[in-house]
Each structure stands twice: as structure tokens, then as C-alpha cells.
Design a protein around this ligand. Structure first.
Ligand SMILES: [Zn+2]
Length: 403
């Protein structure tokens, strides 16, 4: 070797080492195609199984199901909406999609348990349904499932990447359009979970480094991931188990799309369930994901007692100040968490405003009335009644608005 070649050799070695190093830091999500022997049987859960489950889920009064788009082979991409009031403008909105990679069927089983938890006849579920709108796509890539592909759709493309392509795959279009549509709601998506199941025998989130996001966003990620882990401490890995986007923001993933379009407004994360023979505890995993998400969006179900909903006494306290101008506070004290409707009526008994109409926690719940009607207009001075109704019990009191 001539002495002239040495610098090039050094540069070459550094370059190769650098590439290898970058690849280690920026390895693709979901690792390698999962190894399963029963891919011919759709890994045990195919599109017809989904259609059967849809029939069952549809029987719940809290579930509505619709197609958000069509696949390459013309199958519907189904989305469940689970809520007491899907058209609410203030319920918190959470979006979950699973099984983009058909072979990662564990992500379906987790999504399935999330659905079971949310539609259950429990006080927790009722409380959640009265405060949230959950959107769940249990099978994002049904063609791939039916064709027995580990990662691809019917065009042979991995639809987990290519979210930045100039020509998008129909399954990607379906989700993107839905996300965009919901971004115009008064209560847009706050948390978007992309459910997978990687090669690893671990439960973890793909954490995005501040070099590819922002310092504030990584704080949100840590808060969210640790919040989920809190409900299943020995089940989930720490937030820093899998750090990605260490060099920059990749373009191709769903979370890239979220970041470029909505940045810190949406906590978009990939969750990876265990992909090994010891995978399981999908119900406990689901509960942790739900509870962590609720904490993150500011809904506290810790106070909801795990017992039967019974009509029970509540105390409607006097408003304060009274008389008032322009606003006053009204406290409702609940012995048990229950559904409460608090409304304001004028002297003629005409309802002018609904203050709340949802499940409330046990204890004191405080509300304000700003002397505006339901259309945001100031009401005239005078006597008004505030009425609280919970189950079959109604209480009302009088107050005076001065001008
Ligand atoms: Zn995957």
C-alpha cells in the first residue's frame, strides 16, 4: 500500500464505522420480521375474525363502527369510536391503531383488550366513556393479514414507512385523512398510539430523542411513558429503553408525519408489545395504556370507586358569591362518583345553560357560571335557579345576578 492511500483508508474506515454506528442508533422500528409458523392462518386472527368481533362490538351502546377507507384489495379499514357522546366538543380524544405489520398480532390482542376495558359494565369504564372519545383501528393492514405478509400490504410495501411518499398507499391515505379530519374538531387528538410488537421479548415505547423532536416534546414523552409504566411497573421498560431519532427526524413514519404537521400538540408514539412465546397479560397492558393516557390528558379515574353505581345522596352547595356579577361558583359534593347534570334556568323555568353533564368523581366538584347563556350571550340581571340532577335525585337553589 502506498503512503498516499493511507488517509483514504482511514477516511474509509471512519465512514464505514460511522454508518454502522448511525445504523445502530437509527435502526428501523419493529426490528426484524417476526417469526411465526402459523402465518398461513393469519397468525390466529384474520379479517373474518375481525368482522365477527365487529358484530359483537356493535351491540354495545357505546360503540359506533365505520370504515375510514379501503385497502388495495378492497377490504374496509374499520374504526371503532367508543364514547358516551362521540360528538362532544370537550371530551378528550385518543387515537389507537394496530396491526400495520400483520405478523405483529400481539398488537391486536392489546387493542382488543383496550376495547374490552372501555366497553365493560364497570364504573371506571362509564367514567372514561363520559370524558373521552377513543378511536381504535384494530387492523390497519387487513390485506397483509390475509396474505400472510409479515410487514407489507397487497402492493408488497411496508406501510409503516412511506408516509412521506408522493404517491401514498390507500391504507396510509385512510389514516392520514382521518387524522386531518379530526384535527379540525374543537377537541382534536391528544394522544396517538401506533401499536406494534417487535422482535424483542419486551414491552416498550419507541422514544424520540430531542435531536429529532424538541426538549419539550421529550418531557411529554417521558411523562407519558413513565405514567403508563406506573400502572404496570414490572411489565413496561423504562422510557430510555429504545431511543430513536438521535440524529434527526426521519421522514417516513406515522410519527414523523405527526411531528411535521402537529409537533408538540399530539403525543404520537409507537408502542411495541412482546413478540415471543411468553407474550401475554394483554389485559393488564391495555389497562396501563388506558390509565396512563387518561392521566396524560388530565382525566383522573383514581377516585372512581370500584363498586356498583347506585343513586346516592349528593349535596348541592349554595353558590358563592351571591348575589353576584358577573360570575359565581357552584359546588357539588358527591358521596360516590356518579353522573350529574347541572343546569341554569331563568325565573320562567327556561333552561339557559348546561354547566356539566357527565360522570363526576367522588368528593367536591366545583363549577363556574359566567352569566352567559348556551350561545355565549350575557343574560339579563335577575333571579336564576341552578339545578343538579343525579340519577333520580334533583336539587335546585336560587341565586341573584346583579348588573
Ligand atoms: Zn411493526
Amino acid at each position: 500500500m502506498s503512503s498516499n492511500a493511507k488517509p483514504f483508508l482511514v477516511i474509509f474506515i471512519l465512514l464505514v464505522f460511522g454508518l454502522l454506528n448511525a445504523q445502530i442508533l437509527e435502526r428501523p422500528k419493529c426490528g426484524f420480521p417476526p417469526e411465526h409458523e402459523d402465518s398461513a392462518r393469519n397468525w390466529g386472527y384474520g379479517y373474518s375474525d375481525l368482522l365477527e368481533d365487529i358484530e359483537l362490538w356493535q351491540q354495545s351502546p357505546f360503540v359506533s363502527i365505520d370504515s375510514i377507507g379501503s385497502t388495495v384489495q378492497g377490504r374496509a379499514v374499520w374504526e371503532l369510536i367508543i364514547s358516551e357522546n362521540p360528538s362532544s366538543d370537550f371530551y378528550k380524544r385518543i387515537y389507537i391503531h394496530a396491526r400495520t405489520h400483520p405478523g405483529e398480532e400481539e398488537s391486536f390482542w392489546v387493542a382488543d383488550e383496550i376495547i374490552n376495558y372501555l366497553i365493560a359494565d364497570t364504573q371506571e369504564a362509564a367514567f372514561i366513556r363520559s370524558n373521552t372519545i377513543f378511536h381504535i383501528v384494530p387492523m390497519h393492514n387487513p390485506d397483509g393479514v390475509e396474505l400472510g405478509y409479515a410487514r407489507e400490504n397487497a402492493n408488497g410495501l411496508d406501510i409503516e414507512s412511506g408516509w412521506d411518499d408522493s404517491i401514498l398507499q390507500p391504507e396510509v391515505v385512510a389514516l392520514q385523512n382521518r387524522f386531518i379530519e379530526l384535527s379540525f374538531a374543537p377537541n382534536p387528538i391528544k394522544v396517538a398510539l401506533n401499536m406494534h410488537s417487535a422482535y424483542a421479548c419486551k414491552r416498550y415505547f419507541v422514544y424520540h430523542h430531542e435531536n429529532g423532536t424538541s426538549d419539550y416534546f421529550t418531557d411529554l414523552e417521558k411523562q407519558f411513558i413513565s405514567g403508563v409504566q406506573f400502572y404496570y411497573p414490572d411489565g413496561f421498560e423504562d422510557w430510555n429503553y429504545y431511543i430513536s431519532w438521535t440524529n434527526s427526524t426521519p421522514d417516513q413514519y406515522p410519527e414523523s408525519w405527526w411531528w411535521f404537521n402537529y409537533a408538540e400538540d399530539v403525543l404520537a408514539l409507537t408502542y411495541e408489545d412482546m413478540n415471543c412465546s411468553s407474550a401475554g397479560n394483554f389485559d393488564r397492558t391495555a389497562e396501563a395504556l388506558i390509565r396512563g393516557s387518561l392521566d396524560f390528558v388530565g382525566i383522573n379515574i383514581a377516585k372512581v370507586e370500584n363498586d356498583v353505581v347506585v343513586p346516592d345522596k349528593f349535596i348541592l352547595n349554595h353558590n358563592y358569591p351571591n348575589p353576584f356579577n358577573p360570575s359565581t361558583s357552584i359546588d357539588i359534593e358527591l358521596k360516590k362518583s356518579s353522573h350529574v347534570r347541572l343546569s341554569i334556568s331563568d325565573l320562567n323555568g327556561k333552561e339557559v345553560r348546561v354547566i356539566t353533564d357527565q360522570f363526576l368523581s367522588q368528593g367536591i366538584n366545583s363549577f363556574h357560571w359566567d352569566s352567559k347563556d348556551s350561545r355565549g350571550r350575557n343574560v339579563p340581571a335577575g333571579v336564576y335557579f341552578y339545578q343538579a340532577k343525579s340519577n333520580s335525585i334533583i336539587q335546585s337553589k336560587k341565586m341573584v345576578l346583579l348588573k
